[in-house]
Unconditional design. Structure first.
Length: 537
């Protein structure tokens, strides 16, 4: 019986590896890389990406177009859309026919992913005048500006309708795009950033992370904005911690009008979701901040990707510069409901979909304002589906152990789950588990239990920034337990030891508020600035 079980186990591994190998081949074969012949480094980056991903050289296409980020609709048609359509026809990537009215109809496609390389234009400005074939519409989504990327998703439509939005048939899908029946849709992402070195790093980080797994903690920054319309974004963000807890990803959830402030101890950040500030700010504004390798980081704002060439402007470019492998944003005002539903994005990533699939599952509209910046084939959590994705250090083992525990036990009742988790964390000396359990109890209003878990995390960690973050959390729990003296003692002890740490001003501010009887702020203790340009409705 033992030999039989061993044989079955080995057979299962062989079948999984074989299935994974079969899955990879169609993905590379269904990918096209597009670069700008007129842009420095664009062709070289295209060849680099093709080599890294095993994409055939005849799937690299160069176009000659403007090197500007913003182009006109006529330039897009003449130098990008029309030439690409001819290439797709000539190389047999589309099955198509021409109607008696001389309209081209695509009935099948061999291409599902498109990677636009740095140097390709980013956005198409508003068309002034009459555009042949367009039917202007009324209302807030009447504009005809768009991102280049979103227009290329529907290249196969041969549509002249440029005003308004198109429904995304892939929205909220759970199918791989290679199994999706609609031939009109391609998932377009761009490998783009302020410099070519960042683009290469995004590519290599994505591939390396796929092999070992994306491990670390998530930081989610809500706004607690309940005004009509705005509550939608907060609802997306509020769903994410539960999704992460189910699979054992520790998460720090900031649910106040504040943001994670400058100096807040964000460590091992593999996932970041936030919203509502116009430009990179708070903890992420520091030039010394670095994400975990392979991180996916998204800050939702109307103009988060207005430019990718300025390394410290808006959000997408700065997040990539600070080590994220993938992000997404908007080039012009999209309106909140037509931006990425971040809970859907996160869910699909956790289920092993590619970055491109996850991103396009999360948006309702095409021919609009979205840009997905990162390797379209990147599967951050693909390693979770493999049996040999062991952690490569004791810290990675923390994450892996928590994931495996949660996947096995999360369906248990909350009290039983947390009891089992505490025992497992004690056995494994798993500091992130203690912290995460403490934050769960704190969110549930179980302040005594929270201080217990956070105290264990405080004693468990050895890295300064991890300890200081937990002290901020633990002091908050003690204050809510109406024991401010315990909170003050914690803060003062930390300041004596780490008075020069970047987080010291936050500790001092919390100490001052406790001494003044003003109550303890949440972890993000800087007011969230009112953006000049808000997501409108």
């Amino acid at each position: 019986m033992r030999n039989c079980r061993s044989y079955l186990f080995v057979l299962l591994i062989v079948l999984l590896v074989a299935a994974n190998s079969r899955a990879e081949q169609p993905v590379a074969a269904s990918t096209v890389i597009v670069y700008n012949k007129a842009a420095d480094d664009s062709a070289e980056l295209a060849r680099f990406y093709a080599k890294q991903r095993g994409i055939a050289s005849d799937h690299i296409v160069g176009v000659s177009c403007s090197n500007s980020e913003e182009i006109s609709r006529d330039e897009f048609d003449a130098y990008i859309a029309d030439p690409l359509r001819e290439v797709f026809k000539q190389r047999g990537w589309w099955t198509w026919h021409e109607t008696p009215e001389h309209e081209t109809v695509v009935t099948a496609t061999a291409i599902r992913f498109v990677a636009l390389m740095k140097g390709m234009p980013l956005k198409i400005k508003t068309y002034e005048g009459t555009y042949a074939g367009d039917k202007p519409i009324e209302g807030p989504v009447s504009q005809n500006a768009a991102s280049v990327d979103s227009e290329l998703t529907v290249l196969a439509l041969f549509s002249r309708q440029i005003s308004g939005v198109l429904h995304n048939p892939y929205f909220q899908s759970y199918k791989a795009i290679t199994e999706f029946e609609n031939p009109m849709l391609m998932l377009v992402c761009r490998l783009d950033a302020a410099d070519s070195g960042t683009v290469k790093r995004m590519i290599t980080d994505s591939i390396a992370t796929e092999k070992r797994g994306l491990w670390g903690r998530a930081f989610v920054d809500g706004a607690h904005d309940t005004r009509s319309g705005y509550e939608l974004g907060d609802r997306w963000l509020a769903d994410i911690p539960t999704q992460l807890h189910k699979v054992g990803v520790p998460v720090v959830y900031e649910n106040t009008p504040e943001i994670f402030p400058e100096g807040y101890p964000i460590t091992d950040c593999s996932l970041y979701y936030g919203w509502r500030t116009e430009r990179v700010s708070g903890a992420f504004a520091s030039p010394d901040f670095r994400f975990a390798r392979g991180a996916v980081a998204v800050h939702l704002h109307s103009f988060s990707a207005y430019t990718l060439r300025e390394p410290n402007n808006f959000w997408v470019a700065p997040l990539l510069l600070r080590g994220a492998a993938a992000s997404l944003g908007n080039v012009y005002e999209p309106y909140l409901q037509f931006t990425a539903h971040l809970n859907v994005l996160n869910d699909r990533l956790l289920h092993g979909f590619t970055f491109a699939e996850s991103a396009y599952c999360s948006i309702e509209t095409l021919s609009w304002m979205s840009v997905m910046v990162g390797d379209p084939l990147y599967r951050p959590f693909g390693a979770w589906l493999q049996l040999d994705s062991a952690g490569d250090s004791s810290k990675n083992d923390w994450w892996k152990m928590y994931h495996e525990f949660a996947a096995k036990n999360f369906s248990s009742a909350a009290e039983q789950y947390r009891s089992l988790a505490r025992q497992a964390a004690l056995r494994a000396h798993n500091c992130p588990m203690f912290e995460d359990l403490g934050l769960m109890e704190l969110a549930d209003g179980n302040f005594a239990a929270a201080t217990n878990y956070l105290g264990q995390a405080h004693s468990c960690y050895s890295a300064r920034d991890d300890i200081l973050r937990v002290i901020l959390e633990e002091a908050d729990a003690w204050n809510k337990l109406k024991q401010p003296k315990r909170a003050l003692d914690l803060l003062r002890t930390a300041l004596r030891v780490s008075g020069n740490a970047p987080a010291a001003p936050l500790l001092k501010k919390m100490e001052a508020e406790l001494r003044g009887g003003g109550g303890t702020p949440a972890p993000g203790s800087s007011p969230k600035p009112t953006p000049r340009v808000r997501i409108r409705f």
